[in-house]
Design a protein around this ligand. Sequence first.
Ligand code: SF4
Length: 91
Amino acid sequence: MYRVTIDRDACDGVFACLTRDPRFVEDSDGIATLDPDADPAPPDGSDDGAIERTAETVIGAFDDERVQDAEAAADACPFDAITVEDVEGSR
Ligand code: SF4
């Protein structure tokens, strides 16, 4: 399992992340959020995940093969607003 965190304060709506991982979408504030249903072609075995939203962060926990997509989104973010981490002991 891996956890994807968006720091909403750090995000400035550049949306480089969206083109790397379709689970990233723009929210009504013009900031990135996570919507697993937004992926038009989710691979077999993809996980809808568990999404938690607060004023400061959006956190998604997923257990599938798309960790590289999330890491590519994190690498593309010019503000380092995205963090991807393995969740201990689950893989
Ligand atoms: S690339 Fe980073 S700053 Fe841009 S929308 Fe995505 S999370 Fe926000």
